[in-house]
Design a protein. Structure first.
Ligand SMILES: Cc1cc2nc3c(=O)[nH]c(=O)nc-3n(C[C@H](O)[C@H](O)[C@H](O)COP(=O)(O)OP(=O)(O)OC[C@H]3O[C@@H](n4cnc5c(N)ncnc54)[C@H](O)[C@@H]3O)c2cc1C
Ligand code: FES
Ligand code: FES
Lengths: 755, 462
């Protein structure tokens, strides 16, 4: 089935937040962000700004009726700065005017006085000062300290990955509309409507039932609109509530880039030990997570890093410690992979370094250590049907690794100024929110008298196609044609207490809740049909909109069945609910079984480096991926290809840097570069691993949102491999992104140039 | 009054001339298919078609509406996704759907319009050119593979377009709705030019100005060149070529005679901005903006170029290197404008090459760019001109290095000395586009790359 929105998208009729027709009297808001990264506010002069014709109001922390607090996990982040500011771009005032042009003019007239405080933008410095956002955590398996003497090789090193801007094409925004009796309706570009509802209630001191949050669709999110959508919704709502007029707040790109958080940069130290026959015996790693100025989702992200310490490998002795360090930049937040990619980068760096020491290709180590049935992850969960080896073997043969190695070696012999390289990249990613209580979902299904169906869930559509998958689930569960089903906007009034659409779990959780609702409806319809046909309900079946009796089709079709059921006074609405069974995790011992299942895969990546100019191209990414029984191969392929490109972007082009004053250096699309068509891999090929999907995946179809992002790590190593063909012995420092600048500087290191 | 056609709708408006066209389309006309992605020309979410009459013929190309002042629409036909009609999906739209080249959909209208512009172009279509039609569109979701599949599908149909009448063919085959056949006549009826007020900010293509200060332009108002044929054409007299300041990058890149003189011109062009930006941005704007990495400035500094200025005191012509006086400082008197650029077309003994390295290969500003022209007489360098951007406060003509090369044998020893001189002549600074050390290294490499491309036999393996 094609993406539900296909036609609406290509004809431009899909409605995004900024496309919602404005109500009469709508005002526009912009946010004044702190111009300094750390300081004590000593005063602000708003008079000139407030006098500008068209300006309606300027709100500050003092105008918040409830709690000035938007921290989702740890209450450490004010909605509007109060007393001190902790990062450049931290919201201080919200300016409301007749139009956004005037609001921006007013913003430039605000005078802001502060006393500077010391600014820290370096994670290492924060670590040394023991400036943490929350206490560190350690995962352990075996006895790592005791294992080193048994190792034939031990190497140590550092690895660092940078931040990544989400660059969802639609910026963040919200439109808040006062309703009667003090209630508020918020249209928000959020992945977490319930979260927005809860926090807006906290800020306005209103019970949750007074706040309705509706999300039609998002123009991309990738995790960036999970916790970070809340502030904008709350600010619009605060203004609308105070003024009792509709207020729209849509961030301009520049504001969005510099005010919102990004993927966490990590700086890590690793130590890895291998036996003579290349088995990894021990792995010790310290992750320094740069958390930014407030906790945001960092605790959960840090946890997922620890869960993914060992990628798709079994390592008997592991110790992984992670610290979340406080710096004066916008709080880092969720981004596809949620801390997992950062962990995988380190283990792959460790393997690459060990391979370098041993003078062998890294894939020989990777291959030796893939997870087998029953192997324990460092957090205690046992690998169940781990398809790591199956994916690996299939890639190796289907895409002819040995032959490709030979071809590349031959190419490199012949070519002086272009060099090719390759890398293998196995992946393993755990599916479920690591916080067990979040693994629940609801659905509300209405069958209308004419047989058409309305489907409500907590899943937010952001391009990934979750709404399409949910329609497929409902269509299958009720055995009706998908066109009968309308997916409703995600709305807290219809499905309450939902988890954000995140952790790749949207289709699984909401799909299972839809199945539950549909099963109830189906049972009622079987009974109604039984009554009509004077038959035992157990002998009734509905197949493709037709009622069957004892294995034979009857004349009773869907529309008529529904009309009759209504006359029989059958309840044609059902509420479904799902909570993932079996999963658990005990933080006090850092052990448990937190994931419903794992997703596996392996990729072969090749690249060409222009060693004269330092430019490069990704030639091919060839993947065998474990989709389970994909319920929608076209959508899953889209997630795979999109994830790969984004992962490659993270490790190659996309560079986030702050200067010592905490100013973001690449703060626009002209300086922050995401992959375009020309820099995306020339070719992505894939095969679906032939394997049964697990029962906890919806219809056996495994989650595909995040895992493919991880293949991008292979691109880094393929590039290094190509560079080594030009400079044998070149050893990289495992600093990502590997920009053309880093490539050229590594190919012509200044020391070598002197000689 | 600003008068134009937006899709099938006749517009007359007195709104400010400097209002971004995108805002007019979305918030005044209420058609929300064109999206706001960046307002700096870098994402293509706001991409629309612009049709204009030149010598009675209607031509369409893509532009970004976020950097287009409303008044620029005067007398033209602007087409948004809504203007493709709601009846049935066009073959472009169908190809996008069939190949699942859509996810969140936010980039989709812009992409559909860029591909429709491709269908309307009169260039011979190769796969390479077709894919390049999307060089101004970012998509954060799909990873582009499905988009490539959709483009390849279009390539199966498009080559049968008749060269002379693409529009009627496209209407007949469902790419465009029927009202397009009336547009020539409709536009002809908009006779009066738009008269902008004087003493406002002069906008050429707007691709620098609207990125730098959109709000100020809305307030201050904008003005355009009026009726200046000498600024709009490319003329060649003997070996001297004159390009009017209002000539767009696209017009330069597609000019047959220039393509003949610069065989790799099209490839160089791909390194400059993107298709819609090249359709808008002008040569005059590129020079006047005085950015140290301006690609056209670097390109023409390596040719024997002069810039023609006109002003209250008449016309004067000065060598291009003298025009750039310091960081963003030009030899341009108040009231003076760039009328044209003149340069010597490379003859058969002159070898010219342009190089650019940026973080992303396409639609990115150079870390360092450089051009070199060398005229050889029996193995001796009779004349050389080397230019480089990103290595000094101005687009730099490396005078000493160029001068040094003159009269020398073209060999490795000469080049080594020239490289050392070039390093002395430049003064790069560390910034977002690279560290000082990197830029020094990069210029050395690009100089080598020139030789590598032009005289591979001289550039030996290391
Ligand atoms: C997304 C994007 C990508 C870009 N990529 C590149 C790139 O790769 N390489 C590159 O070199 N540039 C690039 N640019 C910059 C820009 O497109 C070019 O410099 C372009 O040629 C500017 O021309 P314009 O007509 O749009 O200038 P405008 O913005 O209209 O004007 C620029 C300045 O020049 C003045 N001006 C214009 N014409 C004259 C004249 N005849 N006489 C005196 N003053 C004049 C204007 O008043 C204004 O101050 C990019 C821009 C964008 C938005
Ligand atoms: S909005 Fe991004 S190019 Fe116009
Ligand atoms: S589909 Fe989301 S940006 Fe292209």
């Amino acid at each position: 089935m094609k993406h539900l929105d296909s036609i609406a998208h290509v004809t431009g009729r899909s409605r995004y937040l900024d496309d919602i027709p404005e109500q009469k009297g709508t005002l526009h808001a912009v946010v004044f962000g702190s111009p300094v990264a750390h300081g004590r506010i000593t005063g602000a002069d708003l008079t000139e700004a407030a006098r500008l014709p068209g300006v309606v109001a300027i709100f500050s922390a003092a105008d918040i009726p409830g709690e000035n607090q938007i921290g989702g996990i740890i209450p450490d982040e004010p909605l509007l700065a109060d007393g001190t500011v902790h990062f450049r771009g931290q919201p201080v005032f919200v300016i409301v005017a007749e139009n956004d042009f005037t609001a921006r003019q007013a913003r430039s007239l605000i005078r802001f006085d502060y006393e500077p405080l010391p600014i820290c933008t370096d994670v290492q410095e924060a670590f040394e000062k023991q400036s943490f956002l929350f206490p560190p955590r350690t995962f352990q398996l075996g006895d790592v300290d005791a294992c080193w003497p048994d190792c034939a090789v031990v190497v140590e090193g550092e690895a660092a990955t940078g931040a990544q801007e989400h660059l969802y094409l639609e910026t963040q925004g919200a439109y808040a509309v006062p309703l009667e009796n003090g209630a508020m309706k918020i249209y928000s570009s959020t992945q977490g409507p319930t979260l927005t509802q809860r926090i807006a209630g906290r800020v306005l001191d209103l019970p949750m039932h007074q706040i309705e949050v509706e999300v039609g669709r998002l123009g991309g999110a990738f995790g960036g609109k999970e916790d970070q959508a809340t502030a904008w919704a709350c600010l619009a709502t605060l203004a609308a509530w105070r003024l009792q007029r509709p207020v729209k707040l849509v961030l301009q790109r520049h504001d969005d880039i510099y005010m919102t958080g990004k993927r966490h940069p990590y700086r890590s130290h690793f130590k890895i030990g291998l036996s003579k026959d290349l088995r990894i015996l021990g792995y010790e790693v310290t992750f320094l997570q740069d958390g930014g100025a407030a906790a945001d989702l960092s605790p959960a992200i840090l946890e997922r890093t620890l869960f993914h310490t060992t990628n798709a490998y079994f390592i008997p002795h592991v110790k992984a410690t992670a610290y979340s360090c406080r710096t004066n930049v916008a709080p880092y937040t969720a981004f596809r992979g949620f801390g997992g990619p950062q962990a995988l980068f380190v283990i792959e760096a460790a393997i690459a370094k060990a391979a370098f020491e041993l003078g062998i290709p890294a894939w020989q180590i990777q291959e030796k250590n893939l997870l087998a049935e029953g192997d324990a992850f460092p957090y205690g969960q046992l690998a169940e049907k781990p398809h790591a080896r199956a994916c690996w073997d299939t890639v190796k043969t289907a895409y002819a690794l040995p032959l490709r190695e030979k071809e590349i070696a031959e190419f490199n012999r012949q070519s002086t100024w272009l060099k090719k390289g390759l890398a293998m990249m196995p992946i393993c990613f755990g599916i479920s929110f690591t916080k067990t209580p979040m693994n629940q979902a609801g659905a509300l299904v209405h069958i209308y008298q004419d047989g058409s169906i309305g489907l409500n869930t907590g899943a937010v559509e952001m391009g990934q196609g979750v709404h399409t998958k949910l329609v497929q689930v409902a269509a299958k569960a009720l055995s009706v044609a998908p066109h009968r089903i309308k997916m409703e906007p995600t709305d807290t009034n219809r499905v309450a207490n939902t988890s954000p659409t995140a952790a790749s779990s949207g289709a699984d959780l909401n799909g299972k809740a839809v199945q539950h609702a549909c099963a109830q409806l189906r049972q009622r319809l079987h009974e109604a049909a039984g009554k009509l046909l004077q038959a035992d309900p157990d002998a009734i079946d509905i197949r493709e909109e037709q009622v069957w009796l004892s294995g034979k089709p009857t004349d009773l079709r869907w529309a008529q069945l529904i009309a009759e059921a209504f006359l029989q006074r059958v309840n044609l609405s059902a509420q479904g609910y799902y909570a993932t069974p079996h999963i658990h995790f005990d933080k006090s011992i850092e052990k448990g079984s937190p994931f419903a299942y794992h997703v596996y895969g392996a990729a072969l990546i090749t690249a060409t480096v222009d060693v004269l100019r330092g430019r490069y191209e990704l030639d091919s990414v060839e993947i065998v991926h474990d989709f389970g029984n994909s319920m929608n191969p076209a959508l899953d392929q889209g997630q795979l290809e999109g994830g790969v490109a984004q992962g490659i972007g993270w490790l190659t082009l996309e560079e986030v840097r702050y200067n010592a004053e905490g100013r973001l250096l690449a703060d626009s699309l002209s300086t922050y570069k995401v992959p375009d068509m020309g820099s995306a891999p020339k070719r992505i090929d894939y095969q679906m691993l032939q394997a049964e999907g697990p029962p906890l995946a919806i219809l056996g179809s495994k989650a595909t949102g995040e895992p493919p992002f991880l293949y991008g790590i292979g691109a880094y190593h393929a590039l290094v491999n190509a560079m080594q063909a030009f400079r044998p012995g070149l050893q990289l420092d495992f600093e990502a992104p590997l920009t053309p600048e880093r490539v050229l500087m590594a190919l012509y290191p200044p020391e070598k140039e002197q000689s | 009054m600003i008068e134009f056609w937006l899709n099938d709708q006749h517009i007359r408006t007195a709104l400010p001339a400097g209002l971004p066209l995108l805002d007019f389309i979305r918030y005044e006309s209420g058609q929300t298919g064109a999206k706001v992605g960046c307002r700096e020309g870098d994402c293509g979410a706001c991409l629309v078609l612009e049709g204009r009459l030149t010598a009675g013929a209607l031509h369409y190309h893509s532009i970004v509406s976020c950097l287009t002042p409303l008044a620029k629409a005067h007398g033209r036909h602007l087409v948004t996704i809504e203007g493709l009609g709601a009846a049935a999906p066009t073959p472009v739209q169908k190809a996008l759907v069939d190949h699942s080249a859509i996810q969140c959909g936010f980039c989709t209208p812009g992409i559909a319009m860029a591909l429709t512009a491709l269908c309307l172009s009169d260039e011979d279509l190769t796969e390479d050119r077709a894919l390049a039609a999307l060089d101004g569109n970012l998509c954060r979701c799909t990873g582009y593979q499905s988009l490539k599949r959709a483009v390849r599908e279009l390539l199966l149909i498009l080559p049968i377009r008749p060269e002379d009448r693409p529009i009627s063919w496209l209407i007949a085959h469902g790419f465009l709705p029927a009202y397009f056949s009336e547009m020539t006549e409709r536009l002809t009826r908009i006779a009066a030019p738009f008269i902008s007020e004087k003493e406002k900010t002069l906008v050429a293509g707007g691709t620098d100005l609207y990125v730098q200060r959109p709000d100020a332009l809305l307030q201050s108002g904008v003005t355009f060149f009026q009726n200046a044929p000498e600024r709009t054409g490319i003329r060649i007299e003997e070996s001297r070529c004159t390009i009017g300041s209002e000539v767009t990058s696209t017009a330069i890149l597609q000019h047959p005679a220039l393509r003949a003189h610069f065989p790799r011109l099209e490839a160089y062009g791909r390194l400059i901005a993107s298709t819609p930006i090249r359709n808008m941005g002008t040569l005059g704007g590129n020079l006047a903006n005085a950015s140290p990495i301006a690609d056209w400035a670097i390109f023409f500094l390596a040719l024997d170029s002069t810039v023609v200025l006109t002003g209250p005191a008449g016309e004067r012509e000065l060598p291009l290197p003298h025009f750039f006086q310091g960081y963003k400082k030009l030899d341009l008197q108040p009231g003076e404008l760039i009328a044209a650029l003149r340069f010597e077309l490379p003859g058969p003994d002159t070898f010219f090459h342009f190089e650019k390295v940026s973080k992303r290969k396409h639609l990115d500003i150079a870390s360092v760019n450089s051009a070199l022209s060398i005229r050889l007489e029996e193995g001796i360098i009779a004349q050389a001109r080397l230019s480089a951007g990103g290595v000094s406060p101005v687009p730099l003509y490396l005078e000493k290095t160029s001068h040094f090369l003159q009269g020398k044998l073209l060999n490795a020893a000469t080049l080594q000395q020239a490289q050392a001189l070039a390093q002395e002549e430049i003064s790069p600074i560390s910034d977002i586009r690279g560290s000082e050390t990197y830029k020094r290294l990069l210029l050395r490499q690009l100089f080598t790359a020139h030789i590598h491309e032009l005289f591979p036999e001289v550039h030996e393996a290391p």
